[in-house]
Design a protein around this ligand. Structure first.
Ligand code: PLV
Length: 445
C-alpha cells in the first residue's frame, strides 16, 4: 500500500462544493482526507463528488491535462461516525489519459438557429477523431495494467480507431473487426495505425460476434465499444470538462446514441458533478433507432436490421420478449420505402441495458430524425463552422437545424433553454466525396 499523504491546501481548495461538504460532513476538514500518493499539481483539475450510483468511487479527480484520476478511490463510511479516507491510486507515471480536454465553443450560427446559446463540445478534435477515445482509452489502459496481450474491438469505425490508437500507445497488437460496409478511409486509417482489420457481416452486431470469438484466445481482450462500466467512466470525463469550462449547468445536453455508451457516460458524469437535473436529448436516425424503440417499449428491443434496403416498408421489431413487432411500430419508426440509414456508426441493433436504465434515473428525451435531416445537418455544420463530421454526429446537430429543439420547448416537453451543449461526437467515416455521395443518394442538392 502506498504512503498516505494529506491533501494540500490548494488541493482541498480544488474540491467541488459538493465534495467539500461531503468531507466536512464526514469528519471535518482537509486533514481527514488522505491520499495514498501525492497528486501532481492541479493545473486545471478539480476533485469532484462521486455519483451516488457508484458510491464505491468516493472522490475522483477530473481528468485534467496530464493526470487521470483516482480510479480506485474509495471512502469508508461507518454509520454516524463516518470516517473519510480517500485512497487515490492513480495510474503509474506516464499513464496520462489518451483523450484530450476538448474545446467548448459558443457557436454564433447554431445559437441563431436555436434562438438560444449553443455550445459545441468539440469531440471531433480528439486524436482518434471522436469521443470514443475517452471510454476506450480508459478501458484499454486498465486492461494493459492487467497484462492483456492483444486487443480486439468490433466497431462501426470510430471505436476501432480509438482502440487501435490506444493499442499503439500501449504497444499491444490490435485486431479490429468491422462490418463490410466500413468505408475505405476507415480501413486505411486502421491499417496505418498498425492494426489488423477484419471485415465481417453487414452490421456491427455481426462484427461483434466475431470479435467475441477471437477474444477467447489466451491473453486477448475484447474492447466493448459501448457496453462496459469502464467505457461509461471514461466517457463521463466529458462532463467534468463541461463543468470546468461552464461553471453553471447548461439547459440541456444533446448527444447521439448508437449503443448508448456516450449516453450512459454523460448521465453518470452529470450526476457526478451535481447536474443530474440537466435533461439529455438523445438523438438517433430512423432505421438505427434501437434506443428509441427500447424507450417506447419500456424494455430492450433488438432491431432486425440497421439499414433498410432489405426492409423497405417498416422497421420490423423483434422484441425480447413481448408483443409482436406490429404492435410496437409507431408512426415515428416507419421509414420511407427504399431508404437506408446512413448513420452507420449509430448502428447497434440493441442498446446497452444501462442506456435504458438511464431513462429511469434521468430525464432523457429520445428523438429520431431522418437520414436527410442528419446529412443536411452535416452539410450546414460544415458551412457554418467549417468542420466535417459523420452523419452519426449530424443526428445530434439536426436537433438544432431541423427545429426540433424549438418544437420540444413549444410543446412544453422542455423548459425554455438558456443554453444548450451539443456534443460534436465527430467521426472518421466521412470526407468531401462521401458527403457528396450521401447527398446524391438522399436527393439533397
Ligand atoms: N460508434 C461506435 C458503435 O458503432 C463505433 O464502433 O464506432 N457518434 C459517433 C461518431 C460514433 O462513432 C458513435 C458510436 C456514436 C456517436 C454513438 O455512441 P454510443 O455507441 O456510445 O452510443 C455501432
Amino acid at each position: 500500500m502506498a504512503k498516505r499523504v494529506p491533501l494540500s491546501e490548494p488541493q482541498f481548495a480544488h474540491l467541488s462544493d459538493r465534495t467539500r461538504k461531503w468531507a466536512q460532513g464526514a469528519r471535518g476538514g482537509r486533514e481527514d482526507l488522505t491520499l495514498t500518493s501525492p497528486l501532481p499539481p492541479l493545473s486545471r483539475g478539480a476533485l469532484v463528488g462521486a455519483a451516488p450510483l457508484t458510491q464505491e468511487a468516493g472522490l475522483r479527480q477530473e481528468a485534467g491535462r496530464g493526470w487521470q484520476s483516482s480510479r480506485s478511490s474509495r471512502k469508508q463510511l461507518a454509520g454516524d461516525r463516518a470516517e473519510a479516507t480517500l485512497v487515490m491510486e492513480g495510474p503509474p507515471a506516464g499513464w496520462a489519459p489518451f483523450h484530450r480536454v476538448t474545446p467548448l465553443l459558443e457557436s454564433w450560427a447554431l445559437s441563431r438557429e436555436a434562438g438560444t446559446t449553443v455550445f459545441l463540445k468539440c469531440e471531433n478534435m480528439q486524436p482518434a477523431g471522436s469521443f470514443k477515445i475517452r471510454g476506450i482509452g480508459h478501458f484499454c489502459q486498465q486492461m494493459a495494467k492487467k497484462g492483456c496481450k492483444h486487443l480486439v474491438c468490433s466497431s462501426g469505425g470510430n471505436a476501432g480507431i480509438a482502440a487501435a490508437y490506444s493499442a499503439q500507445k500501449l504497444g499491444i497488437p490490435a485486431t479490429i473487426v468491422l462490418p463490410e460496409t466500413a468505408t475505405t478511409q476507415v480501413v486505411k486509417r486502421l491499417q496505418g495505425q498498425g492494426a489488423e482489420v477484419l471485415l465481417t457481416g453487414k452490421v456491427w452486431d455481426d462484427a461483434n460476434l466475431r470479435a467475441q470469438e477471437l477474444a477467447k484466445q489466451d491473453g486477448w481482450v475484447n474492447v466493448p465499444p459501448f457496453d462496459h462500466p469502464l467505457i461509461w467512466e471514461g466517457n463521463a470525463s466529458l462532463v467534468q470538462e463541461l463543468q470546468a469550462a461552464l461553471g453553471t449547468p447548461p439547459g440541456a445536453v444533446v448527444l447521439a446514441v448508437g449503443g448508448g455508451g456516450l449516453l450512459a457516460g454523460v448521465a453518470a458524469g452529470l450526476v457526478e458533478v451535481g447536474w443530474q437535473h440537466v435533461p439529455i436529448i438523445a438523438m438517433e436516425t430512423r432505421g438505427a433507432h434501437s434506443f428509441n424503440a427500447a424507450v417506447q417499449a419500456g424494455e430492450l428491443v433488438t432491431l432486425p436490421d440497421i439499414t433498410r434496403a432489405s426492409f423497405p416498408w417498416s422497421v420490423w421489431l423483434q422484441k425480447l420478449p413481448g408483443p409482436s413487432a406490429g404492435e410496437l411500430e409507431t408512426e415515428d419508426m416507419k421509414c420511407a420505402p427504399g431508404s437506408t440509414s446512413v448513420a452507420r456508426t449509430l448502428g447497434a441493433k440493441t442498446v446497452a441495458r444501462r442506456a435504458l436504465e438511464c431513462t429511469r434515473e434521468h430525464r432523457v428525451l429520445s428523438e429520431v430524425v431522418g437520414d436527410a435531416e442528419a446529412v443536411s445537418a452535416v452539410q450546414r455544420f460544415l458551412d457554418d463552422e467549417r468542420m466535417l463530421v459523420e452523419p452519426a454526429c449530424g443526428a445530434a446537430l439536426a436537433s438544432i437545424y431541423s427545429g426540433l429543439l424549438g418544437r420540444l420547448q413549444a410543446e412544453g416537453r422542455l423548459r425554455p433553454l438558456a443554453s444548450v451543449v451539443v456534443i460534436v461526437c465527430g467521426g472518421n467515416g466521412i470526407d468531401s466525396r462521401e458527403l457528396q455521395a450521401l447527398k446524391a443518394t438522399l436527393g439533397l442538392s
